[in-house]
Design a protein around this ligand. Sequence first.
Ligand code: ATP
Ligand code: MG
Length: 450
Amino acid sequence: MKQSLVFQIPEAVAEIFDCLENADFQTVAVGGCVRDALLGNLPHDWDAATAATPEEMKKVLSPFRLIETGLRHGTLTVLNQGMGLEITTFRREGSYGDSRHPDTVTFTRSLEEDLARRDFTVNAMAYSPTEGLVDLFGGQEDLKAGRLRCVGDAKHRFQEDALRMVRAMRFASVLGFSIEKTAADAMNDQRERLSYVAWERIGEEMKKLLCGKNAASVLRNFPMMAGQIFPELLPCMGFEQHNPHHFGTVWEHTLRALEYAVPELPVRLAVLLHDVGKPHCFSLDESGIGHFYGHAHISSQMANEACRRLRLDNALRERVVRLVDLHDGPMIDREKLVRRRLRQLGEEAFFQLLEVQRADTCGLAEPFCRERLPQLAEIEKIAHMVLEQGACLNMNQLAISGRELLALGMEPGPEIGRVLRELLAAVSEGELANEPADLLNFAQQICKIE
Ligand code: ATP
Ligand code: MG
């Protein structure tokens, strides 16, 4: 069959399918992998669904190593040739009393019922080597049209599980698809139902949404959904800046900046939140020009709250807060200052900050944007040069450690750390050679002075 060309199911997965099929249990690949394969993309994993109950799966697949991932919900992970395949028993979901969990989940032998419970037509297709493509809801047609359409009545499906509204935005952003009108209307009408959904689940979807190619346009099309998830964005909408650097509102600037931001999560999140503090520190001077003194710091505090609310991990939250806090700092293309920044931030955060500043600059009014971009390019060039030269920018690269300072007669304690930091500062900014003798000499000097 022609479609089998698109579906190059890995050998390790096909073996498991065969095993279940030989025992007379219909087994299919389903959801994201089918969608991605039809789009010509390599699926990142192969999720499978089967008519076998969990107990039947365990029996038939006993030659393989099995992990009981979520057996109660019918999910088993099968390990084969170093690959893990998730298989879930066909399910039918009962009514959703609370907009997030089905009241009952029952297993079924019917693939049709399992596909009918899925969110969007493009996610509700199945494929098996024996049956080919199973597309009961026009998924292929929607895939061709680049359109997200709910399986069944959009309003009802979003009432069942409000997270699907965020998933619609996520897929629209990542796949570059449009959201069909009845679904879009239902989202606008029922956005408040998002309050029934755990923030953590929303956070997971937002992470993917923000890195999608159409993140900015999806947020532009659904500002009220964006505001439901990030209430700190709401005051930015319609907030005029009265400043020649800017045209349009804080929200418009944010969206423009987001359009230009590289698809790296900390950068995208920081850009989304970089100016949320602006409406809270607006002032007009006597010539009618608007200012936002201290907005970066206020924005960073608000970003911190937003990341906590969405249960983002600490490392990501701290990075975003730092990027937002520093986004408005001066852009100085002098080598010594570039070295200092590289040392203070570390290489990864340094370049992310540069990307945040670049996106922010691209969101400015034309002349200011043209003026500042070359400066950022220059900073980037210097940074690469400094790194290529193998500059010493962190403690591990320093030619001596605390041990040598102790040998010099220094007392153990926080003083050692302070001296090492000073040595690193001097070395990284090119004032001192990274040689043990020079370092020890310098260490003695700074200790003596105090
Ligand atoms: P990705 O490539 O990001 O993994 P995916 O389509 O596989 O995309 P998942 O979140 O892994 O997305 O979900 C797997 C499948 O389960 C979906 O394709 C869809 O069929 C179904 N699904 C997931 N979440 C829901 C939901 N909230 N409501 C209905 N169906 C859902
Ligand atoms: Mg998936």
